[in-house]
Ligand binder design. Structure first.
Ligand code: BGC
Length: 732
């Protein structure tokens, strides 16, 4: 439909019809088993159901086709319904959770994964995914850190951009693609105390320099939608925040697409104490520029009245409706309301999608410890390996946000091992239950009958298997219902029952390779003491077992790097490497009284951002700069040579960090400004260069401007956020 026809359609619509384009209702209004991702309040009446412009949480080619047919038939202007779904890290083929994808430092691989997800979702009738989540997360207590790509704004920007590009492709009309939604605008990851939905207090410079960056970069790629966040920012709920939505999002970032609220967030402004009632909430959200009200019922209940009374102008309403109609048009829904749907097959896991997922899993694994080269396995043909622990043979390897993927497609670690090793050389023992008795999860309390007896039995079986084995692959971690939405935690330890298993295993004196499955950083100091190797596996998804075994068996060398700091203790949270220096920084060595420090713990992470080991070794030459001074229109090049000095092929993630030494406002001690994944054969050397431009040196100055300031800068080209020797250059 061309622009004129679209506007003519708008003019022809009744006020009621227009308002309803801005209303999104839960998929449970159409299908009883739709995924409900928030609290619902009552049922939509017939009129709302007939006219609401979009719905969420339902998928499946046959049923969406049926719903669409019926809907179009009854709609006065036959405008198609839009179907949205949380395809967060996979629809049918489930990729590693976003935090795991961050660990790959491979935006190309992530983009290709998003393409797979878009194709599968579209074949199942879905038009838009609520992804990427570009929230910056510096607090491991927040369970939604699993849905982010980590603590760094630069890495997050690259990954959010890759996801938008992968989901949307070049043309939204293509039935291989779906619309992306950048969320949760803004600063949802900065909730006080790491508690979900909690308020955020952020200075404007921290907000702009750190928290807004990844959204901003992703928005430059024209995502069809942006979602508001649940939190307040400096006292004003994001969903009613005019400064955030009008000034920053629309005016400064130039966002032209559809702004949707998060689940019921419009109505939640009443609980915040920002809106008096539903009508007031609808008014405040509209005034802030929220186009679609996801499920709160405020727009369906009160928008018409607000327009009739003149509190909201018809012009404002029309602009919002036009944005929604435009999105439907961009998706090609007016030409083909059944776009993408494959009614025969729907979406399916294919060999090709599995192949890519397996590669991404292998790239995402982070080797934290490898004492005496405990890994790779395969010490000899007769090596006996016991796979022990609640994650050793479970198909629950995907996060709580991968609800459209089926467990039965998942390959477990032990299943994958069975493909590689003789059955006489491997054994499985569950070892213990996943959780401690009566653990609280997002979905309720987990109670296991006869928990004590069950665990005694599992433990004695595990001890038997361990005694038989040469090597124990101990598969521990956090259950997938303990990260994701509404899963904040005040402890970052593994469950007691798993720690007891580890301790009993260590008493056998066997080599212990510990795999950690998790959606958040955990406290691993005690685990490290008792393990010969530690490999972080995240929540790896459908090809989890195969990807993990590719690395354990030595077919591929591990190459993932931490996208987030792993603390010594939860008391260090929020923890991130790109902090500001104090006036009394703790010295690297020597006396540290009266400096900024903890008496009982290091300041930095146990395993820092950017860190990860390989089976091979890489040697970095001294880094060099192409010149020592640059003007604002010049480019400076920082280079280093990296050589594989081991005997195995491997990928290394070469990282560029910058520091503005003095500024009108203090600057972080280091900031990631570039990275490159480099493959090297044994003995091979490559020179890696990064271009440094003036725009990379900009920040929110004391003058409240986004600019660079002349002066001295440090550069590191190195292997992690705590590695390397700084070079210096000057911006004139
Ligand atoms: C979450 C969003 C999600 C939405 C729709 C909300 O509870 O915060 O991230 O996209 O539900 O399912």
């Amino acid at each position: 439909m061309d622009k004129k026809a679209l506007e003519a359609l708008l003019q022809d619509m009744s006020l009621e019809e227009k308002v309803m384009q801005l209303v999104q209702i839960p998929g449970s209004e159409y299908e009883a088993d739709a995924e409900i991702t928030g609290v619902t309040r009552g049922q939509a009446d017939d009129k709302v159901k007939r006219l609401a412009g979009s719905t969420l949480g339902v998928w499946g080619s046959k049923r969406l086709k049926k719903i669409q047919q019926q809907y179009i038939k009854e709609h006065p202007h036959h405008i198609p319904l839009m179907f949205m779904l949380d395809v967060i890290h996979g629809h049918k083929t489930v990729f590693p959770c976003p935090l795991g994808q961050g660990a790959t430092f491979d935006p190309e691989g992530v983009k290709k994964g998003a393409e797979v997800q878009a194709r599968e979702a579209s074949a199942d009738g879905v038009h838009a995914t609520f992804s990427p989540m570009a929230d910056l997360c510096r607090d491991a207590r927040w369970g939604r850190i699993m849905e982010s790509t980590g603590e760094d704004k630069f890495l997050n920007s690259r990954m959010a951009v890759a996801m938008v590009e992968g989901y949307q492709g070049d043309d939204l009309k293509s039935p291989e693609h779906v619309a992306a939604c950048v969320k949760h605008f803004a600063a949802y990851g900065a909730g006080e105390g790491g508690r979900d939905y909690n308020n955020t207090e952020l200075s404007e410079h921290t907000l702009r320099e750190h928290y807004l960056r990844a959204y901003c970069e992703a928005i430059k790629k024209n995502p069809a939608m942006v979602m508001t966040s649940f939190n307040t920012i400096n006292g004003i709920p994001a969903t009613g925040n005019t400064f955030l939505m009008k000034k920053i999002l629309r005016e400064e970032f130039g966002f032209k697409g559809v702004l949707i609220s998060d689940w019921a967030a419009v109505g939640e402004m009443i609980n915040h104490g920002f809106a008096e009632d539903q009508k007031d909430a609808a008014l405040k959200a509209m005034m802030a520029g929220v186009d679609i009200d996801m499920t709160s019922g405020c727009y369906s209940g009160y928008l018409e009245e607000l327009v009739k009374s003149g509190e909201i102008s018809e012009k404002m309403l029309d602009e919002a409706v036009l944005r929604v109609l435009n999105m439907k048009n961009d998706l090609g829904l007016f030409d083909d309301p059944f776009r993408g749907i494959d009614p025969e097959v729907g979406a399916a896991v294919t060999e090709e999608s599995r192949k890519h997922a397996r590669k991404v899993v292998a790239e995402s694994l982070v080797l934290l410890e490898n004492k005496n080269k405990a890994l790779p396995l395969n010490k000899s043909d007769s090596e006996k390996i016991a796979f022990i622990g609640p994650f050793a043979n479970t198909k629950r390897l995907q996060s709580s946000w991968a609800f459209s993927g089926e467990d039965e497609n998942t390959v477990t670690v032990f299943e994958a091992a069975s493909e590689i090793y003789e059955s006489g050389n491997i054994k499985f023992a569950e070892g213990c239950t996943m959780m401690d008795q009566d653990s609280v999860t997002a979905r309720g309390i987990c109670h296991v009958d006869n928990w004590q007896e069950k665990n005694e039995k599992l433990l004695s079986e595990a001890v038997e298997a361990a005694k038989w084995a040469d090597t124990i692959v101990l598969c521990l971690g956090e259950d997938s219902t303990q990260s994701g939405e509404a899963t904040s935690k005040a402890s970052l330890k593994l469950p007691e029952v798993q720690l007891r298993l580890l301790s009993e295993m260590s008493k056998t004196g066997k080599r212990i390779v510990t795999l950690i499955f998790t959606g958040r950083p955990l406290e691993l100091a005690d685990v490290a003491k008792l393990s010969d190797a530690i490999l972080v596996c995240w929540l790896p998804g459908t090809e989890g077992g195969n990807g993990v075994m590719d690395v354990l068996s030595g077919m591929t060398s591990p190459s993932g790097r931490l996208p987030v700091s792993f603390p010594y203790t939860v008391g260090q949270e929020p923890l991130h490497y790109d902090m500001y220096s104090t006036g009394r920084p703790k010295p690297a060595s020597g006396p540290s009284e009266y400096t900024s420090r903890y008496l009982d713990c290091e300041n930095g992470a146990l395993y820092p951002f950017g860190y990860g080991l390989s089976y091979t070794n890489f040697e970095y030459s001294e880094a060099s700069l192409s010149k020592e001074k640059m003007t604002s229109d010049e480019t400076l090049t920082a280079s280093v040579k990296v050589r594989n000095i081991g005997d195995m092929k491997g990928d290394v993630i070469v990282q560029l960090y910058l520091r503005d030494i003095t500024g009108s406002r203090v600057r972080p001690v280091r900031e990631l400004a570039g990275f490159e994944r480099v493959s090297l054969n044994p003995g091979e050397e490559k020179e890696i260069s990064f271009a440094i431009k003036e725009e990379m040196l900009r920040f929110w100055t004391a003058e409240e401007k986004w600019e660079s300031e002349p002066g001295k800068f440090n550069v590191w080209v190195c292997d992690s956020s705590v590695d390397g020797t700084p070079l210096e250059f000057c911006l004139e």
